[in-house]
Write a protein that binds this ligand. Structure first.
Ligand SMILES: Cc1cc2nc3c(=O)[nH]c(=O)nc-3n(C[C@H](O)[C@H](O)[C@H](O)COP(=O)(O)O)c2cc1C
Length: 220
């Protein structure tokens, strides 16, 4: 099986967490005999070749980070340049990941992606969903590998099954939400420690209003 992978992150390849995820996933693909070609949308010089590959191939994966709860605008801009009808049928699948851990905050983006293939004349090959990727590029290599290694197994599985619509891929997301006690503790830490630190930063920079001040609203 030959797969076209498109990195939809606006962050340059060298610093892109999505790229590191793709490298691990592709290792798994190759272990199971599949081949791939990769395009990174952060480099606009690759857009023409990415569009040609999208049109000429029958198995495409778009890998993307969650940006502001949904799809990065650079990827939307690229999608806008694709034809809505194809001469060759194709399956379009997605790897969607995000900084924060909990699965449920990626579900809106997933819903958008589920509706997308039909608009581009493709069938839907599922969406691999996982959070917790903020620190891949800033971690020590062995810690970064701990975060990206699980994608290798998912690459092997995709090469075998040809889809993310599998029980294993669904399980890969991990917890939808932290347990309530942990959420309570994180909330308290944010309120009492993290926010206070940001307040001090802001005061140091000369800010005179609280950080939760809402401009253009009656704050009295
Ligand atoms: C502008 C911007 C918006 C982001 N929005 C979200 C978000 O809404 N939810 C989230 O969990 N992570 C968010 N993130 C974190 C990214 O999804 C995460 O850092 C990801 O690993 C970035 O991948 P990349 O390096 O390939 O761009 C955001 C990051 C940036 C730079």
């Amino acid at each position: 099986m030959h797969i076209v992978i498109i990195n939809g992150s606006p962050r340059v390849k060298k610093y892109s967490n999505t790229d590191k995820i793709i490298q691990s996933f592709a290792k798994g693909l190759e272990e199971d005999g599949s081949t791939y070609e990769l395009y990174s949308l952060s480099d606009r010089k690759e857009w023409d070749a990415a569009r040609d590959a999208f049109n000429e191939n029958d198995n495409i994966i778009i890998a993307l980070p969650l940006y502001v709860e949904c799809v990065p605008s650079l990827l939307l801009e690229f999608l806008d340049t694709l034809p809505t009808k194809r001469t060759k049928s194709a399956q379009l699948s997605f790897i969607l990941h995000s900084g924060f851990d909990e699965g449920f905050q990626l579900r809106l983006g997933e819903r958008f992606l589920r509706a997308l293939p039909a608009q581009l004349g493709c069938t839907y090959g599922g969406c691999l969903v996982k959070g917790g990727t903020f620190t891949i590029r800033t971690s020590k290599p062995q810690d970064a590998e701990k975060m990206t290694k699980p994608y290798q197994a998912m690459g092997r599985l995709f090469a075998q099954r040809g889809t993310f619509n599998t029980r294993e891929a669904a399980k890969f997301t991990g917890p939808e939400q932290y347990p309530w006690l942990l959420r309570l503790m994180v909330g308290l830490i944010l309120k009492n420690v993290v926010n206070k630190k940001f307040e001090r930063f802001a005061q140091g920079w000369g800010c005179v209003r609280p950080l939760d001040y809402k401009a253009y609203q009656d704050n009295s």
